[in-house]
Design a protein around this ligand. Structure first.
Ligand SMILES: Cc1cc2nc3c(=O)[nH]c(=O)nc-3n(C[C@H](O)[C@H](O)[C@H](O)COP(=O)(O)OP(=O)(O)OC[C@H]3O[C@@H](n4cnc5c(N)ncnc54)[C@H](O)[C@@H]3O)c2cc1C
Length: 465
């Protein structure tokens, strides 16, 4: 195995494979719109899609700093799944039933994305094989069983728990003692989805301006170096990049996530691994991994790497520290030792938005017309779609075109939380937390006890996760 010849950065492997998109014109000067959407990732594009579908005469403008899919939407692991950050906290705040409704909405969202892609002719390489989460130590197995029981309590009656032998029938991960599988998940090609979505939105008549960074959002205004878009509704869909906007530096912490993609594996290698169901694959480590079997027979695998850059900085077009590439490669080999000689074709990184209480939210401030959605904490591929349909309903409700809907009454709507601490506390806190997680994972991997490492429990409590 070697990382010599590994492409590093270049946004992501998905772009290297599918090609860079043709650029769209920047904003030519001052303009007006009914709705101005800032950010051309899944959240912004799905919001434009659903609003335009609901009210075809709406004049909608999307302003994108780089190009549609430049952010996490063009870099992610392609897990379209039903996880939503903050559900358990929302259950505590709004009651169990409200959180069950949220979970059901997420389950339906996976189907919604699959259905809309089919209806719009977006070939995003979707395979609906569900999500398989494996445990590779006694402590992980104990957490897996707890996790499985909790998910069932939130209404996932169709989830299945497997022992070591049943797990190996699906996928042969070294040391896997058990796994939990849900049908509410699919593997997809992130860039094919975001490119297809941008094209679908444009075909509906939405205006997209690229290479147009918004420097400030204020009520009814999105300010850019080329002019200002005035609109009754301005929706901020910038997720992990939110800190770069005036006044938002400590709103959502830009957490880093990094990935590698192998060269295509041989038939014999696939034979030794199994994974014929093409489930997305994760584990129960504190600094967890996530992976997919790609449509062209590679493994794309991600994890935390260097978690956070001082001062809420984002990465340089996905460039990734060599030690992170090495750490991900080690996970790959630990899971599948027979891949020790396989080359790593590509490594890249991206940022995701983390609110101080780790709870995703979608909000429309009725007094200002400012809206936002995000803070998905790494579970945004499906959640962005639910957020977008909710923003549509909130805008329609606010403009008197409709009343409250099932979506506008979900517990994550209009959730507010305090900001992150100033530096250097922010940086120190995140570094300490992930150092604690990595240490806990190391100790748990050799321990015989099923107890979760105490340092990890403490780190979770202190971080507010
Ligand atoms: C490496 C990685 C792996 C991931 N894997 C998964 C996964 O497998 N499953 C899952 O559910 N989630 C995953 N996520 C998270 C998921 O990709 C994101 O939650 C989701 O894509 C967020 O979409 P978004 O549109 O809100 O944000 P983004 O896709 O980040 O889009 C924000 C857009 O706003 C633009 N922008 C930023 N600032 C400005 C500005 N000032 N003016 C104008 N435009 C601006 C950016 O250029 C960007 O295009 C992953 C994230 C990363 C980084």
């Amino acid at each position: 195995m070697s990382t010599i010849g590994t492409v590093n950065g270049g946004i992501s492997f998905w772009y290297a494979q599918d090609g860079a998109p043709a650029p769209r014109e920047p904003l030519p000067g001052d303009a007006t719109a009914d709705v101005c959407i800032v950010g051309g990732g899944y959240t912004g594009l799905w919001t434009a899609y659903y609003l335009k579908k609901a009210v075809p005469f709406l004049n909608i403008t999307v302003l994108e700093a780089a190009f549609c899919g430049y952010g996490a939407s063009g870099r992610n692991g392609g897990w379209l799944y039903n996880g939503i950050a903050g559900r358990d906290r929302y259950a505590k705040q709004h009651g169990h039933e409200a959180a069950v409704r949220l979970q059901h909405a997420m389950n339906d969202t996976v189907t919604e994305v699959v259905d809309v892609c089919a209806a719009e002719g977006i070939d995003a390489g979707i395979h609906r094989g569900g999500v398989l989460e494996v445990a590779t130590s006694p402590a992980q197995l104990a957490r897996l069983k707890d996790f499985h029981a909790v998910e069932i309590a939130f209404g996932e009656k169709d989830r299945e728990l497997y022992g070591a032998r049943e797990t190996a029938r699906r996928i042969r991960v070294t040391g896997a003692a058990g796994s939990s599988w849900t049908p509410h998940g699919a593997r997809l090609h992130p860039v094919k989805l975001v490119k297809g979505l941008a094209a679908a939105v444009e075909a509906l008549g939405v205006t997209i301006h690229e290479s147009t960074p918004v420097t400030e959002i204020r009520p009814k205004h999105a300010v850019t170096p080329y002019g200002t878009v005035r609109a009754p509704y301005v929706l901020r869909c910038t997720e992990g990049f939110t800190a770069s906007l005036a006044g938002q530096r400590r709103t959502w912490l830009p957490m880093n996530s990094s990935m590698i993609a192998t060269e295509p594996l041989t038939d014999a290698q696939w034979e030794s691994i199994g994974w014929d169901g093409l489930e997305t694959l994760g584990d129960m480590a504190h600094a967890y991994m996530y992976a997919q079997r790609t449509a062209d027979g590679r493994i794309a695998l991600g994890g935390r790497g260097v978690p956070y850059r001082y001062g809420s900085k984002t990465d340089n077009d996905g460039r990734t520290q060599p030690r992170t590439v090495e750490a991900l490669r080690e996970i790959l080999i630990r899971f599948f030792p027979q891949l020790a000689g396989v080359g790593i074709a590509h490594a890249w990184s991206g940022v995701l938005g983390v609110p101080r209480d780790w709870c995703a939210t979608v909000t429309l401030d009725r007094s200002t017309g400012l809206g936002w959605a995000g803070g998905y904490v790494g579970s945004g591929v499906a959640t962005a779609n639910l957020a977008a349909r909710t923003l549509r309903d909130l805008v329609q409700q606010d403009s008197g075109q409709a009343g409250p809907t099932e979506l506008t009454t979900l517990p994550w709507v209009d959730h507010r939380v305090r900001k992150w601490e100033p530096e250097p506390l922010r940086w120190l806190g995140v570094q300490t937390m992930y150092a604690a997680f990595r240490g806990a994972d190391r100790r748990e991997s050799t321990a015989r006890t099923a107890e979760t490492d105490r340092i990890a429990i403490l780190a979770n409590r202190l971080s507010g996760r």
